[in-house]
Design a protein around this ligand. Sequence first.
Ligand code: SF4
Length: 225
Amino acid sequence: MLTETHPDAHCELDHASPLQLAVATVLSAQTTDVRVNEITPKLFARYPTAADYAAADRTEMEELIKPTGFFRAKTDSLIKLGQALVERHRGEVPGRLDDLVKLPGIGRKTANVVLGNAFGVPGLTVDTHFSRLVQRWRWTAETDPAKIEFAIAALIEKRDWTMLSHRVIFHGRRVCHARKPACGACTLRRDCPSYGLGPTDPALAATLLKGPRIAELAAAAGAPV
Ligand code: SF4
């Protein structure tokens, strides 16, 4: 049902290479993908290679990425990331989890985003939405992201990891919100052990739906738009 509910699920960070995706994912911390996509065309044009990030003028980069917040820390991460890529990987983003997580600013979440979407290697992206939803569905009681990742990896076939991540995150962004989940307008409500956490009245719940497909999501759940 999750697959039918979100046929448009995909990585929402614009990118054309593993390096661009790694950079965009670092920038996406504490902000929205939309905000990141607004500034990356200019950033990617200014810094086309890892060596360009390594040699970047800090003040200039800070100015470019300022709208994404935490711009000093993110600039620091991107410069160090560029330096590490040049020193250890000939300027290329590696396609292995073990190598990726050793890079500055790249945790397991970012590594799995890069693997799944730039290298075609299945990866589970355990972000705040993914964590919340798998707990609500009682797929796991773990709260630590790495433990959640291992628990879900044991339940789901590896080839489905990347798309499952996108669909769960889409459901978290559009339907199953942290504060007021749209339970009455949710296609998963019949099977969800947390049904009732948010409003169950279909008309009221439909007003909580978000994103570009509100009408389709409401109709799929049998709720009025
Ligand atoms: S029924 Fe409610 S808690 Fe369950 S997935 Fe849907 S919105 Fe989330």
